[in-house]
Design a protein around this ligand. Sequence first.
Ligand SMILES: [Zn+2]
Length: 133
Amino acid sequence: MEEITIEEYKKAIKTSGNPGNKYGAVKSRCNKNHLHDSKAEAERCNELWLEFQSDFITHLRQQPKFVLLKGFTDREGNKVRGITYRADFVYYDADGIRVVEDVKGCLTGVYKLKKKMFLNKMKRSNTRFVEII
Ligand SMILES: [Zn+2]
């Protein structure tokens, strides 16, 4: 096992990881200068922009938001906030099918739940869901 000094250890924990993300993904910029949550997401953005510029896909948008459950008022009159799901990208492929993409480094419990709700909501729509892990 390699030993390091306290100073080296302090420096290592200071420079590793990313304060904005508890799962250790490093925010990265794509060629369009968007700040993405991870390097994988930035790279996927670069790929999608090339496909968009070559007209393989259309209507490319980032961070599309979907309402999974509308806000409501419960029996006691308490307002309950709705549940939304934000994917990474949405576009239409060459066959005119809407594709919703999510680039995931870590499949959290909340994400798995939202994904199920999203898939259920989209089951009869012309939407394909793509998860990039
Ligand atoms: Zn981007």
